[in-house]
Write a protein that binds this ligand. Sequence first.
Ligand code: C2O
Ligand code: CU
Length: 442
Amino acid sequence: MQSQSKVVDYLLETNEFDWEIAPGKTVKAWGFNQQLPGPTIKARKGETVSIKVKNNLQEPTIIHWHGIRLPAAMDGTDSVQRPIEPGEEFEYRFVVPDAGTFWYHSHYNETVQVEKGMYGAIVVEDETDPVLDDEKVIMIDDMKLSASNEFTKPSWFIPRIVERHDGREGDTLLINGKENPTLEIHGGQMERWRFINSSSARYFLLHFEGRQFKIIGTDGGLLEAPILASEALITPGERLDIVVGPFEEGETFALESLGYNRMTFLKAKRQTFATVKVKEPKPSVAFVPDKLRTIEQLAPHDTPVSRKVVLSVGPSLKDGMNFLVNGKMHVNDKPVVVGETQVWEVSNSSMMDHPFHLHGFFFQVIEENGKAPDYLSWKDTYNLKPRTNIKIAWMPDNRPGTWMYHCHILEHHAAGMMANFDVIDGSKPYEEKPATHMHHHH
Ligand code: C2O
Ligand code: CU
């Protein structure tokens, strides 16, 4: 008998609304409950969440719960559900089995809907979490706006090629929906900051003007041990949990991104996203243990590869270039069987970076360019530099259905760098499905 777990209810209404990103600077945002980011979904590990999405937009939408190990039917893609039409409501209901930092975002016409603000955070807590004095969710985004604060459309050939190649990056830098906000922390205290990169394409190289912080978690929750760092890359779709502080009262410094060269046409520069101000001191109860948890390695790094996934870019007469998985656009990949450990080689044969994202399951990177990684972590999104290959291990547990993987640069995803595949119950006969092509709503 399963005990009834607690149900946490949310209602998310999608709307177009005026959102002030800075004093006097207002955009026509799309989002949830008239706020950008949408409300943070909070639950404890093992609880059931029920999220009713009411669509008040003029176009359909679907909401994806990035990083949650939920049943396939709740994954929020056009492979597993009918889009939520204007005026309709759909209830997503699932258990949150893992503690950590996750997020939700539109998975329909996403290059438009996510850019306009359709995203929010999901925080799942557990009693094994380290104790900090406070915590913040920090969602990183940017917008590409015209002089009159309207979302631009790339209309000419060259801007269109740049946006397709680089992904859409804008000069309006946002933290939690605001331009250069002030983040406050008390002197002497330590906080957990949960970073989520919700941008379409921006590579964020976290830096606090050289101050050190501790990385304690990645996509799938805590690391085994904290890692001391003064910079950390967070690519689109990824999460990073860090511990900051203690600082001295009166300190002020930038939360910035260093320039990261991901081989785009437009070059990245060092930019300030927010300002951190240290207020009057307060006593601290924070304690970050040296051992956060144990992560069992799923497969030794020399395990034979069961599948190869090649990310590449090829020429296109119409758009300058196509974004490919194993040489094709919008691929239907072979099924995997419940309970059979997967060891995939994912390689990037193109000359630019791609953040590879697997829906519904965490993987471990067990090798990168022939070398075992320095430490284990659970990931659902991992950046591949040009000419890089990684070996990932993951376990299709008993959640059969249609899943997908794709590049999390949304323009690359839309331009074909994605695949659907089924997780199947090995004891039942498998019938191959005809290719579904529901991706042409650009
Ligand atoms: Cu965060 Cu398929 O997406
Ligand atoms: Cu990509």
